[in-house]
Design a protein around this ligand. Structure first.
Ligand SMILES: [Zn+2]
Length: 301
């Protein structure tokens, strides 16, 4: 089981915490991807005496160390340092792999920070479990599949990480039990529908339990997202700017002029000024080509 992931930063609150994405990892620490297939979630710990999610995000922002994680979690903060579609470098090894399939390229990485003298605190574990459960939902991992797809770094390479969950297997089982319980409690979930408008049911291209998955679909289909009550929770934004008199434009490749006549190919390469605008009819460069185009065929520069 794997899911194609094109989502960048997650846009939901985790256990009441708004995930921060303002401190990005150094570009030398991960692989940039447009999308990739992901199956696994790998749990780590930072193993320091006393650190925070923010300090880790800052460290990986300023240091080119060929290592990264998607998330850093502490008791009060969660930082997303690498976009989900990008491959973080967290469980690779030049030595032996002890898991047949899980690698950097098909996994998400969560780093639990250790403020309590090399130990991950109960609150940090709780926040991490909620984040892990949310990522399970993105990957369609059910409670019954957590044991297969949620792993410790140790399970992949035998690195002693997260140490306390390797030394004490019960602690690892208890973490996974929390993740499973969160997933079970959300069985009766919200449904996010991707449509042109709430009323236009026939325009629906998908229905999702995870908002980020619905948004990804909506962006692809140029549609909006509605929750179960019909409230618009995501609005597709047309990014093209409006044509105004005096603005600079390029002409869409292959477009004919306002009267349907072909134009010389060189005009598509030039930028023109809109000298006259009347409804949808824009006259470009009166002293030069002096040709009218439909505004839908113009791209504002
Ligand atoms: Zn690790």
């Amino acid at each position: 089981m794997s899911k194609s992931i094109s989502t960048g930063y997650i846009s939901t609150k985790i256990n009441g915490i708004a995930v921060k994405a303002n401190i990005k990892s150094h570009s030398g620490n991960y692989d940039n991807e447009a999308k990739r297939n992901v199956s696994y979630i790998v749990m780590h710990y930072t193993g320091n005496k006393d650190d925070t999610a923010m300090n880790n995000a800052k460290f990986f922002n300023t240091n080119d160390v060929n290592v990264s994680a998607h998330f850093f979690v502490d008791e009060t903060n969660i930082y997303q340092s690498v976009e989900l579609r990008d491959e973080a470098w967290h469980c690779g090894t030049k030595g032996k792999y002890y898991h047949s399939k899980c690698r950097n390229e098909n996994s998400f990485a969560i780093e639990m920070t250790t403020a309590g003298n090399y130990k991950i605190s109960a609150k940090t574990i709780e926040n991490s479990a909620y984040l892990c459960a949310y990522l399970c939902e993105i990957l369609n991992i059910k409670a019954s599949e957590v044991d297969t797809y949620v792993l410790r770094h140790y399970d992949v390479t035998h690195k002693k990480c997260p140490a306390q969950m390797v030394d004490n297997a019960d602690e690892w089982e208890s973490f996974k039990a929390t993740v499973k319980n969160i997933l079970k409690s959300k069985e009766k979930k919200e449904v996010y529908r991707v449509r042109k408008s709430w009323e236009e049911e026939e325009s629906q291209t998908g229905a999702f339990s995870v908002l980020d998955n619905a948004i990804a679909q909506a962006q692809e289909d140029k549609l909006n997202v509605y929750d179960s009550s019909g409230k618009e929770v995501y609005t597709y934004k047309v990014t093209t700017k409006a044509v105004t008199k005096g603005c600079k434009v390029k002409i869409k490749k292959g477009a004919k002029d306002y009267n349907g006549q072909k134009v010389a190919s060189f005009v598509y390469n030039n930028v023109y000024k809109v000298d006259e605008l009347n409804g949808k009819r824009a006259v470009l460069d009166k002293k030069g080509i002096c040709t009218a185009f439909h505004i839908d065929n113009l791209i504002v520069q």
